[in-house]
Design a protein around this ligand. Structure first.
Ligand code: XMP
Length: 507
């Protein structure tokens, strides 16, 4: 049985990070909504309570039955999780004089406490809270303080129940990983057996048992998730897997041919379908971003469905869905900004059962699995690319001619990033074709041509992102090349917006 840590999510922005840190400790964990604790699961070895946007006094504050956790599992409360423990058992939580945000240093540390093993005074932690614990319940004791916050960490008597006011999961908490290791490994007793290799072994066995001799069809996008899902399924069921790669005409320059070659090299059974005329026809004259996405999503389903029907006896639809797409609780306080899941309608339409072998993995784990499966680095380190492709990077209506212009400019930018050794330093990059023309001069001629924007961001999960500080000399070279080589473009700009408030894509 696979031992696991449960992270109860009270709505904090950093809950997912807690999950990633626990996985980095080679320990399997699941993030569940605060009220969905699986009390009858015997494989749970410990529980972490996350932070929250609420104060414990808010009427809307999320609460869970602590009595059913206390004494049953080792517990760690983080920020709101800690305040909620203190408040529930009779301590006092009050609004801090000023909201405390940012770096702080532990001034006093009880180094004998197992949660704080190898953490010494002076250790840097990251604070982000409006409330603070001003008195602890009877029998609880302070185990760490900062100059500003006397109750930076506490323990309930000699029980296995701790609370920390700071956020050990964020990178700026330098002792955070040590603290989480102390909790997960020493206190909860994780054997740290979760790894890419163990995941592959158990997943391939499960897929064989689940699928037997059934046939599976899977849509490939050229991205890392669907590719790794395909290779994993291929390892489990071989020729019973058929992959379909649809070219909607808005992929990057040469992408269809390059990716098909890679797939064939991996021994996958792939059908490539050039459906670009259909997509271009249906998109003609459409300018609204959501409308474009809907049309592409619908056409994709039609094309995929038509191809899949040519296969006989297919029972399953394979998908490269990954954990962040599935964490139900991430939506407990969230809103949808853009409709991303462009193939969301496929399973219903096709009456197929869903097979999602990567649904428990974070992106970096998907990459580790891909490497372990021997996939080429080119496929594994590829930047994310939106399903609707260049369609959401052409502002205004889409024509094959505009796609061709954008493909050239994009190719120069991406190739430049590779040549300068910058590709792996950015999360993703691309060029946006703007619906703007401006005056220029080329030779003796006045020009009146298009402007493009370069976009490159750093990020760890695409939820937040910052514009990449690319070297000026690099930007100068790319700008020159684009203006000189791409006909129809006479101006290059660089997008310096962070997310939020902007998004990564322009549409
Ligand atoms: P935004 O623009 O919301 O993008 O900051 C976050 C991440 O999602 C990708 N993206 C999409 N992916 N279909 C996709 O499969 C879409 O419609 C879509 N829109 C954005 C984007 O490239 C970034 O990685």
């Amino acid at each position: 049985m696979m031992e696991k840590i449960i992270i109860l999510d009270f709505g904090s922005q950093t809950t997912q990070l807690i999950g990633r840190r626990v996985r980095e400790l080679n320990t399997y964990c699941e993030i569940l909504p605060y009220n969905k604790m699986p009390y009858d699961d015997p494989s749970v070895i410990g529980v972490i309570l996350s932070g929250s946007p609420f104060s414990v006094y808010d009427e809307k504050a999320f609460r869970t039955e602590l009595d059913r956790l206390r004494g049953h599992y080792p517990l760690l409360g983080i920020c709101y999780g800690a305040q909620f423990m203190a408040y529930t058992y009779g301590g006092t939580v009050e609004p801090a004089n000023s909201r405390e945000y940012g770096r702080a240093h532990l001034s006093k540390v009880n180094e004998a406490d197992p949660l704080l093993r190898d953490i010494t005074p002076g250790a840097q932690v990251w604070m982000s809270h409006g409330d603070t614990i001003t008195s602890l319940p009877d029998g609880f004791s302070i185990i760490a303080s900062t100059d500003q916050v006397p109750v930076a960490a506490f323990r309930a008597g000699d029980e296995k129940m701790w609370g920390v006011q700071f956020h050990p999961e964020v990178y700026h908490s330098e002792c955070g990983m040590q603290l989480l290791r102390n909790f997960v490994v020493d206190i909860c007793g994780s054997r740290q057996s979760w790894s890419a290799a163990s995941f592959i072994e158990s997943t391939v066995a499960e897929l064989k048992a689940q699928l037997g001799n059934d046939k599976v069809v899977l849509g490939l996008s050229g991205g890392v998730d669907s590719s790794v899902a395909a290779v994993l399924l291929n390892k489990a069921i071989g020729k019973n897997l058929t992959c379909i790669f649809v070219d909607h005409g808005m992929l990057r320059k040469n992408e269809f041919a390059d990716v098909m070659r890679d797939y064939e090299g991996l021994g996958l059974n792939v059908i490539g379908v050039d459906a670009s005329p259909k997509f271009f026809a249906d998109l003609a004259g459409v300018t609204d971003p959501e409308q474009k996405r809907k049309i592409i999503g619908r056409d994709f389903i039609e094309v995929f469905d038509e191809e899949a029907r040519k296969l006989t006896d297919v029972k399953w639809l394979g998908q490269g869905t990954i954990y962040p797409d599935c964490i139900e609780s991430l939506s407990i306080t969230g809103t949808t900004i853009k409709s991303h899941h462009n193939v969301g309608g496929l399973p219903e339409k096709m009456h197929l059962k869903l097979c999602e072998p990567l649904r428990l993995l974070f992106k970096d784990e998907v990459r580790a699995v891909g490497r372990e499966l021997g996939m080429p680095e080119r496929l594994i380190t590829r930047h994310p690319f939106p399903g609707p492709g260049l369609a959401v990077r052409i502002l205004g209506d889409i024509t094959p001619e505009k796609v061709a212009v954008l493909q050239e400019a994009d190719h120069i930018f991406i190739q430049g990033l590779r040549d300068w050794g910058l590709y792996d330093q950015v999360w993703q990059a691309g060029v946006i074709l703007l619906p703007v023309q401006s005056v220029g001069v080329m030779g003796d001629e006045r020009t009146y041509e298009r402007a493009v924007a370069l976009r490159a961001v750093t990020s760890t999960d695409a939820m937040t992102a910052d514009w990449a500080r690319l070297p000026y000399d690099f930007l100068a070279e790319v700008s020159n090349k684009i203006i000189n080589k791409v006909r129809g473009v006479n101006r290059v700009t660089y997008d310096i917006s962070s997310k939020p408030p902007a998004t990564i894509e322009w549409e």
